[in-house]
Design a binder for this molecule. Structure first.
Ligand code: 5GP
Length: 177
């Protein structure tokens, strides 16, 4: 791990949080199948761990968006850059995101996916920064509520770096040099 990076949620806590969400989804969709739709790239580690904690028939797909802004702040405009390839009509769809922050990304994706007429649409976010919300949205499944700090690791990046850290860390400008 880079120097000066402070761990906010360590790998054991992450594993426990992911297992809990997996149990909640398994309970809520008992006897049914689900499609997990991961938002690239940040959610790919969360989705791969979560999928193994869901004791149901589950398939995956991926979607990618770009939000304009700086390395740390979204400017509020979200654009689709990769769509799912699976038909979602009448399916149980679970959108899997690394972090719910302002809510702009989820608001955009919710509208896009609801237009595909899924049977249900649920939202799983590993992290939630409620203090930064600009849109009135909440996740159905949340791993951890965190303070207003910029975090990296376990899929989350700073300019594409640090996604492979096993712990979720508070980003420090020193480590980014
Ligand atoms: P929202 O649209 O809810 O503001 O933001 C969602 C996206 O912003 C996340 O999928 C993630 O890409 C990015 N984001 C928000 N907060 C953080 C953070 O603390 N660290 C990192 N690495 N990305 C973040």
């Amino acid at each position: 791990m880079p120097n000066n990076m402070e761990i906010l949620i360590d790998r054991k806590q992450i594993a426990d949080g992911v297992a809990r969400i997996g149990q909640e989804i398994t309970r809520d969709f008992a006897g049914q199948s689900v499609i997990l739709v991961g938002v690239l790239k940040g959610a790919c580690l969360f989705l791969s761990d979560l999928a193994r904690q869901i004791d149901l028939e589950a398939t995956f797909d991926f979607i990618a968006v770009r939000s304009y802004g700086t390395k740390k702040e979204s400017a509020g405009e979200v654009q689709l850059i990769k769509d799912v390839t699976t038909p979602l009509e009448d399916k149980n769809v679970i959108l899997v995101e690394d972090i719910l922050d302002t809510g702009l990304t989820f608001t955009f994706l919710k509208k896009l996916l609801l237009a595909r007429k899924p049977r249900t649409l649920k939202f799983a976010a590993l992290l939630d920064k409620p203090s930064r919300r600009q849109m009135p949205v909440e996740a159905d499944y949340v791993g951890f509520k965190i303070p207003d700090k910029f975090v990296v690791g376990y899929g989350l990046d700073y300019a594409e770096r640090f996604r492979n850290l096993a712990d979720i860390c508070i980003f420090s400008e020193d480590a980014g040099k």
